[in-house]
Design a protein around this ligand. Structure first.
Ligand SMILES: [Zn+2]
Length: 257
């Protein structure tokens, strides 16, 4: 079976901790059950019906929504062109906003009572930090304009110089590690303008969270390596992404809410 062990294979490149999310992330039993079934590639997708179960009447392996690609679990949770601008985009924003909420808490800035109620302001600032949300950097014509999610300026204090961090969030599954490298190189040209505007060194930190809750092995190391002095509440990000993936699956299979 072609998809056999795909999730197991994925687990080999992800942080072992991310498989422990069931114990740390508080999910309702139906959410947990559906996510586990998705991880096991055991959802009744058209692909599964067509090639594996060979159910009578299941004549196509194509996605019931876009009718263009094979309907695998990965296609539904992360690859369907019909969902990209809608629910995938909302999921991305939810994860980014959960992270923004986390940062606000660490810097004693105003924030929503819970991450899911948090509404990031375009600029949040105090004497220690300035956080820009969904900020578009103006680039020269040669570089395609891109939008990082969070721009964090940790202000100079004592002998520590000002630090600028561009944080880009991607809920993704396929080869989490490669994605991270791709993101780092994509954002390199973006460092120049913040460095000119605010002074100090800028760094690009990609945050890649699997749509079924997996994290790349390099996740924690990324923060240490960049000396970000930030602790990211990983469980919150996993919870944010899983809850959105759950509703994507629910809608796709028309499951009761
Ligand atoms: Zn599709």
């Amino acid at each position: 079976m072609a998809l056999h062990g795909k999730w197991t294979k994925l687990l080999k490149i992800v942080d072992e901790d991310s498989s422990k999310w069931l114990r740390t992330v508080h999910l309702k039993p139906p959410t947990e059950a559906l996510i586990i079934t998705a991880q096991d590639q055991a959802l009744r997708t058209n692909w599964l019906g067509h090639y594996v179960l060979k159910t009578a009447g299941e004549t196509t392996d194509r996605c019931r929504r876009c009718r263009k690609f094979a309907e695998t679990v990965m296609h539904i949770v992360n690859g369907c062109p019909m969902l990209a601008q809608g629910v995938y985009h909302e999921r991305h924003n939810q994860v980014a906003s959960a992270l923004h909420c986390d940062f606000c808490g660490q810097y004693q800035l105003p924030r929503g009572q819970h991450w899911w109620e948090h509404k990031p302001e375009p600029v949040t600032e105090n004497e220690r930090v300035k956080i820009l949300w969904d900020f578009t950097l103006r680039l020269d014509r040669l570089v395609e304009a891109r939008k990082p999610d969070i721009l964090l300026i940790q202000k100079a204090s004592g002998s520590n110089p000002q630090k600028i961090t561009i944080i880009d969030i991607a809920p993704r599954d396929e080869i989490l590690a490669e994605k991270e490298e791709e993101k780092i190189s994509k954002y390199q040209p973006l460092r120049m303008e913040p460095e000119r505007t605010w002074g100090g060194k800028a760094k690009v930190v990609p945050i890649v969270v699997g749509t079924l809750g997996a994290l790349p092995k390099t996740f924690r190391a990324t923060f240490r390596a960049n000396q970000l002095d930030i602790t990211v509440n990983v469980e919150t990000l996993q919870e944010a992404v899983i809850l959105r993936t759950f509703s994507i699956l629910q809608q796709h299979f028309d499951l009761p809410g």
